[in-house]
Design a binder for this molecule. Structure first.
Ligand code: XIL
Length: 554
């Protein structure tokens, strides 16, 4: 008996809690880094040396590589020209290394968290080049031997670039770009390679599940590596980092397509900043916890499939409470540091998915709504012209808040689709600089009704606010488009003329269609989103959840 108590004591000392050996073994098998030992490294962020012990224990139990959340960003390492302040970053890195973690460096060049003296405020091209190269070389040299890889350049490509074939034209108009031009990309990679030839050099970006953005990154890396095939014995860029700040609306098929694309470049791919938003105001319902778990499971099943080419999967946040997106509860551990369903989903994606089969079936049973567009060519200013068309109810909410809702009616002729949307209960606010956060109506069209997980040439999104300001995705969808709005009290109507772009419209044709109403609060923040059919929240990039309209003649 005494022996058993002593054993228990030893066990509890070594794992930090009163646990039997059985429990200790169980914890071991429940370690993420062990579960993925044959696949890839599992990472997370360190936010400072003072990170509390409990969180540091979670870090070391489940992960084998760390990224500094902020400490190695340019602003903190060289806030003043020529004055490098490595104290905090060194402490973070040394602590991680001393606890047996590998360290990934983040980041040598970025348009955020970087001091203005480096590249703005009238800095000449020559000075900007020198500043960039000096910073990258000094920092990479300083951490040489302690970091295994670097995000050399972060977020250099613009969102959804219209012509991804031309990667230079797809670059974000960042201070570095403006000061130097497109060759800043190569300059910073070359400086990093020169200073630390052994560290793997990564290009890192978000929204790489977007096919256009992924294509621009692909073209950039391909071009640079083809022109620099042998820099210290290998191509200049070693890897592409897909940040992966996702939500439960992210389609894993899009993530997989981009992964395949990058792998075809013969570079390593890593998931570098994974979190999955699913919640509001720092709270999650039980359904949201399962939905989030299933999203994590689906993503990890994709990652496992390509494990041979994946270096690491790093999460961006140990727990919801410390996450940069804490409102949306995006991590695997809750505020009390207890594992959430998402943790068990990552630990064993297949098991978690199987255990929640019923939940998935219930979700999939939801039927696609169908309605009709009636033949006719209206005057956009005359709502009565739509009287023949059945009403489509835009009243299913994507948000917890049930704000503005309404109806839509649709007509068609050989050239256009004509939508009349009537919105009630709107605060009529367009103060937010994001068009989708203003009181507005959105129409999603999938002309060939093929329900693809990404936008093809026949797919488009049209948004018109109550003040008749229109935005388009892709921007080419603006061609031939017309709209008209009228406001009365807390109601407004929007009529839209949407040209058919790829199909010939005939009686009997089915098209994918959805109508959404974005409700802003009187303070100009998005507070509600109502839609006809697609509750995935992903209709702006994925047409698989849209409802269906049949073109009819009466
Ligand atoms: C975020 C940090 O998590 C925050 O603490 C900080 O205030 C802003 O930056 N993409 C990146 C990361 O590459 O560096 C960002 O980290 C999140 C988005």
């Amino acid at each position: 008996m005494l022996k058993r108590i002593i054993l228990c004591l030893i066990a509890s000392l070594s794992i930090g809690g009163c646990a039997s050996r059985k429990e200790a073994d169980m914890r071991k098998t429940q370690s993420l880094k062990d579960a993925y030992a044959d696949y890839f490294l599992i990472g997370n962020i360190v936010s400072g040396v003072d990170m509390d012990d409990l969180r540091y224990n979670i870090l070391t139990t489940h992960h084998n590589i760390a990224t500094a959340e902020n400490a190695m960003k340019p602003q903190y390492l060289q806030g003043t020209k020529g004055v490098f302040t490595f104290v905090d970053a060194d402490a973070v890195v040394n602590k991680a290394v001393s606890r047996g973690l590998k360290v990934h460096g983040h980041t040598l060049a970025w348009h955020q968290q970087s001091p203005a003296w480096m590249n703005s405020e009238g800095v000449s091209r020559g000075d900007a080049v020198a500043n960039l190269a000096t910073h990258a070389k000094t920092v990479a040299d300083h951490f040489k031997g302690r970091v295994v890889s670097w995000d050399v350049l972060n977020e250099a490509i613009a969102d959804n670039p219209p012509n991804p074939e031309d990667w230079r034209a797809s670059l974000r108009q960042s201070p570095w770009f403006k000061a130097i031009g497109a060759d800043y990309v190569e300059i910073v990679f070359k400086a990093a390679r020169e200073a630390d030839p052994t560290a793997k050099l990564y290009y890192n970006d978000y929204n790489l599940d977007n096919p256009s953005k992924a294509a621009a990154v692909y073209n950039m890396v391909k071009d640079i590596n083809e022109r620099n095939p042998d820099v210290n014995g290998r191509p200049l860029i070693d890897g592409v980092g897909m940040q992966g700040h996702y939500s439960t609306h992210t389609n894993p098929a899009n993530v997989e397509n981009s992964l395949q694309r990058f792998i075809s470049l013969n570079v390593e791919v890593s998931v570098t900043e994974l979190d999955v938003q699913c919640g509001e105001g720092g709270k999650q319902t039980d359904d949201q916890k399962i939905t989030q778990g299933l999203a994590y499971a689906a993503l990890f099943n994709v990652f496992k499939k390509y494990a041979e080419h994946i270096g690491r999967v790093t999460m961006w946040g140990i727990d919801d409470g410390s996450s940069w997106r804490r409102q949306a509860c995006p991590t695997m551990f809750n505020d009390s540091l207890r594992p959430k369903p998402a943790f068990f989903a990552v630990l064993d994606p297949d098991k978690f998915t199987a255990e929640n089969r019923m939940f998935i079936e219930k979700r999939e049973k939801k039927e696609t709504k169908q309605s009709e567009a009636v033949y006719g060519t209206p005057d956009l200013t005359n709502a009565a012209a739509w009287s023949q068309a059945p009403a489509i109810f835009i009243d299913s909410y994507l948000t917890a808040w049930q704000g503005a809702s309404g109806t839509a009616k649709v007509l068609w002729d050989e050239n256009n689709l004509y939508v009349l949307a009537t919105v009630n209960n709107a605060e009529m606010n367009k103060a937010n600089r994001n068009a989708y956060e203003q009181d507005s109506v959105e129409i999603f069209i999938d002309e060939n009704n093929e329900k693809t997980p990404y936008y093809e040439k026949d797919d488009a999104q049209y948004r018109v606010n109550f003040d008749n300001e229109a935005t388009f995705n892709p921007s080419s969808a603006a061609e031939g488009f017309e709209s008209w709005t009228s406001v009365s009290g807390r109601s407004y109507t929007v009529s839209l003329k949407i040209p058919f772009r790829t199909i010939s419209a005939e009686e009997g044709v089915l098209i994918g269609f959805d109508a959404q109403i974005n409700g802003a609060s009187a303070q100009g923040a998005r507070q509600s989103v109502a839609i006809w059919n697609d509750l995935s929240g992903g209709s702006y990039q994925d047409t698989s959840g849209l409802g269906v309209l049949k073109l009819t003649k009466r």
